[in-house]
Design a protein. Structure first.
Length: 318
């Protein structure tokens, strides 16, 4: 097997298959940090390995920047041939009855914590039923943190809850950002906390105990907005917690009110351990967005995950 590289030299014969894989994984990952995780190498070892490949080839294969790495023109030509060699090796293994040597497809997915715990299980189960299941790595966080990782190539895609202001963090020409659905938010509490009134104003909720996430979280911002628009000072929570499942359990225990997407509270609402507090006007809905890099090498997997998430969201909202 040979590699078609400009000005090839005798040192090319010293290239090993694991070095070809290193270059391919680095191109797919988009950053040294992300590639080192996939290859189970520390970043200095990966950097040293890349320098050795470039020394043998006699060409610079990647440009480094603050946002990650991108293949040079020579690197693109090298990648085409390297992938062909690795694919030929996989076919050779198959032809002699060995297991294929091809790498299992992997997707690094960033998700808002409020989506990950109640939507990802169903969405990934759908994905598994539709065909071979790729490896999925999930990172939870807020839109700013996830957006930075996406742009750096450490994530392939992000599904997040965002306000019109926070979604601007993903406004970059390197990304495709799609609004999937808008979901209703509701104020919920245990029956002994919500009372029996059909509809209440924000003023009457001001003195109730509240269970809320920290100030930078979308659900906290929505509650603050609702009170400010009603001319009321937003309440200070009696419990501040980043975990939505924990806040729902605390609300179920009668410790206060909280605001969540309706789909997150649906099981407890059906069980009647929580009730919706109807306000006039209702609190704001929020959009769920899916974002991914335009140059992601595994776009078919990205689209399959997006479609599974969308189907799960539609079912949850039904």
């Amino acid at each position: 097997m040979s590699l078609t590289i400009p000005a090839p030299g005798p040192r090319l014969s010293r290239l090993r298959f694991n070095q070809l894989e290193l270059v391919c994984v680095l191109a797919e990952s988009g950053s040294m940090h992300a590639a080192s995780g996939r290859l189970h190498l520390c970043t200095p070892a990966l950097s040293k390995g890349l320098r050795e490949v470039e020394r043998l080839v006699g060409q610079r294969l990647f440009e480094r920047s603050a946002r990650g790495v991108s293949a040079t023109e020579a690197g693109e030509r090298f990648l085409r041939e390297a992938r062909a060699v690795l694919n030929q090796l996989a076919r050779l293994g198959e032809s002699i009855g060995q297991k294929p040597g091809r790498r299992q497809a992997t997707l690094s997915l960033g998700a808002a914590a409020s989506l990950a715990w109640c939507l990802l299980p169903g969405a990934l189960a759908r994905l598994q039923q539709s065909g071979p299941m790729p490896r999925i790595r999930v990172a939870e966080g807020q839109v700013l943190h996830l957006g930075q990782k996406l742009l750096a190539g450490e994530l392939d895609a992000v599904v997040t809850v965002a306000t019109p202001e926070s979604i601007l963090e993903l406004d970059d020409p390197a990304l495709i950002v799609e609004q999937m659905v808008r979901v209703d938010n509701v104020i919920v509490g245990a029956p002994q906390v919500t009372g029996t009134r059909r509809q209440v104003g924000m003023q009457s909720l001001r003195e109730r105990p509240w269970l809320l996430p920290p100030p930078s979280f979308v659900q906290r911002l929505i509650v603050q907005q609702a009170f400010l628009e009603a001319g009321e000072r937003p309440p200070e929570p009696v419990v501040e917690c980043v975990s939505m499942p924990t806040m729902l359990r605390l609300a179920q225990a009668g410790l206060g009110l909280t605001a969540v997407p309706r789909y997150a509270a649906a099981p407890m609402l059906r069980a009647r351990s929580l009730r919706v507090v109807r306000t006039a006007p209702p609190i704001a809905s929020v959009a769920i967005h899916f974002a991914y890099r335009r140059t992601a090498p595994n776009l078919s997997i990205v689209h399959a995950v997006r479609d599974a998430l969308y189907a799960q969201l539609r079912e949850a909202e039904a």
